[in-house]
Design a protein around this ligand. Structure first.
Ligand code: NAP
Length: 498
């Protein structure tokens, strides 16, 4: 019998990379950047170049916006069912090519292959969900309280949208924006992260194959994000900015967006508290902790950042998570059984180590890990810290690495106060077997999302997003399409002349 092809390996990797277009995608065609410039995309687990691609200039950005603007009316007039069926076709194509997309994400971003497959499932669900939402953009018709008129409320696509995505979830962050925008009837310009643009390029190629017309989706990877983005954001043809990334960059973009009073959606940083009460099911809490902390090697906006554990169960919890973390295999995401991949770059390793060092200098105890990886690639050992002291930087800054930092509390009030003691408010996690306590936490925690006895909150059908400095607006759920719609009402006199 002929040998089965390996699931991965250099030849399979090269074949996937060869399928990724190298150009910018503007007005339905692939082409070079205005100045012919290119840049290298690197595998963070080896430091080797995967592929060189076109590097968009400010001129390319405005060309992409012009294409989106030219296509806006025809796309808005395309029947919702037709838009829906294109998104559904894209979902089906993605399922057929799920291994290509998973491998590509592992190569350019470093996440373990099993997690990359999970992201294909999660990211794909936005295509399916918004294909279903596209045909349900409703309105209302009502009589005013005086009975003298009728109010007709309708929704229209907001217009050309600029979508800026981060490197940590290369597919899902793109589909979470592109799918609702297209469903609503908006055309888009997409700027993926410089570190992980290949997945977006392959995905946009898939959208074209699914029948999305020229000009509706344009993509402009670049090494000069600020220089390319600002002219697009401040151009009056743009009507919407949707950004996922860090809070400092979000603030800068909000200031730029203010010039033309743009509609904005901001999915920004997090500093998630993870609360474990004395009445928690500890088995569940440990599973939840591992998912909430180590998924994507800790590089998620939803990553649990501060573990607040009741003092009666803290040692038991710490011992159990430490045993599990010690068993985690670190390596290139393509290797079997790897749970922890590389961090995205040297800076990420340096930041994780700085936060660990600061915590230890202030009294924290390293239970396992606590150091960068050895050899090539930007690895950091999965780490558990206990006895983290108030005032440590690790409690304030987003770690974005595989470091689980535990401090203890005595009362629910103390736990809630500590959880809310941050400028961020994206997500929280709480483990308790007391339903009334769970309900109190729902009301008291200042976050946009809460995982109650679960370590994963993301789902295409739920309105993802944060409060405080974690952002504005929601992605997914019933709310997601509303971010790309304007509301208009028309008032008419009473048709009976009363
Ligand atoms: P980042 O540095 O803010 O970058 C995000 C995106 O913005 C990238 O495409 C980046 O391009 C671009 N960018 C940077 N400076 C810009 C500027 N001046 N003008 C226009 N675009 C600019 O964040 P990151 O390091 O990629 O991602 C990690 C952050 O994202 C974390 O804080 C994480 O919590 C947050 N995040 C939030 C969510 C959420 O849903 N709330 C989801 C995922 C991640 P370059 O790549 O070229 O720099």
């Amino acid at each position: 019998m002929a040998p089965q092809p390996a699931a991965t390996g250099p030849a399979v990797e090269q074949a996937v990379l060869d399928r990724v277009p190298q150009g910018l995608y503007i007005d339905g065609s692939w082409g070079p950047s205005a100045d012919g410039g290119t840049f290298a995309v690197v595998d963070p687990s080896t430091g080797e170049t995967l592929k060189r691609i076109a590097d968009a200039t400010p001129e390319d950005g405005l060309r992409a916006l012009a294409a989106a603007d030219a296509a806006r009316h025809s796309w808005a007039a395309t029947p919702p069912r037709v838009r829906a069926e294109m998104l559904r076709r894209a979902f089906d194509l993605l399922q057929e090519r799920r291994e290509d997309f998973a491998l590509l994400m592992t190569l350019e971003m470093g996440k373990p292959l099993a997690e990359a497959r999970g992201e294909v499932t999660y990211g794909g669900e936005f295509l399916r969900w918004f294909s279903e939402e596209a045909v349900r953009i409703g309105g209302s018709y009502g009589t005013n309280p005086e009975g003298t008129g009728r109010t007709i409320v309708s929704h229209k696509p907001v217009g050309p949208a600029f979508l800026i995505t981060p490197w940590n979830f290369p597919l899902a962050m793109a589909t979470r924006k592109i799918a609702p925008a297209l469903a609503a009837g908006c055309t888009v310009v997409v700027k993926p992260a410089e570190l992980t643009p290949l997945t977006t390029l392959l995905f946009v190629d898939l959208l074209a194959e699914a029948g999305v017309p020229a000009g509706v989706v344009n993509v402009i990877p670049t090494t000069t994000a600020g220089a390319v983005s600002e002219p697009v954001i401040t151009d009056p043809r743009l009507r919407k900015l949707s950004f996922t990334g860090s809070t400092p960059v979000g603030r800068t973009l909000l200031a730029q967006a203010a010039q033309n009073v743009l509609r904005t959606s901001m999915e920004l940083g997090g500093n998630a508290p993870f609360l474990v009460f004395a009445d928690a099911d500890l088995d569940l809490a440990v599973e939840g902790a591992l998912a909430a902390k180590f998924r994507n090697t800790g590089q998620a906006c939803t990553a649990a950042n501060r573990f607040l554990v009741h003092e009666d169960v803290a040692e038991d919890f710490a011992a159990r998570v430490t045993a599990r973390v010690e068993a985690m295999r670190v390596g290139r995401g393509t290797e079997d059984g790897v749970a922890i991949g590389p961090l995205i770059d040297d800076r990420a390793v340096a930041k994780a180590h700085r936060l660990v060092t600061d915590a230890v200098e202030r009294g924290a105890v390293v239970r396992t890990g606590g150091h960068p990886g050895e050899g090539t690639g930007t690895f950091y050992a999965p780490t558990v810290l206990t006895d983290v002291q108030p005032g440590s930087d690790i409690l304030r800054d987003e770690i974005f690495g595989p470091v689980l930092a535990i401090r203890t509390f005595r009362t629910e009030d103390e736990a809630v106060a500590a959880a809310n003691d941050t400028e961020y408010g994206l997500v929280g996690y709480a483990f308790t077997e007391d339903p009334a306590r769970g309900q109190r936490l729902m009301e008291r925690l200042e976050t946009g999302m809460l995982g109650l006895n679960t370590g994963i909150v993301s789902n295409a059908s739920a309105p993802f997003g944060g409060v405080k400095q974690s952002g504005l607006g929601r992605e997914g759920g019933g709310e997601g399409i509303g971010e790309y719609l304007e509301t208009m009402y028309t008032l008419t006199p009473d048709p009976f002349g009363r």
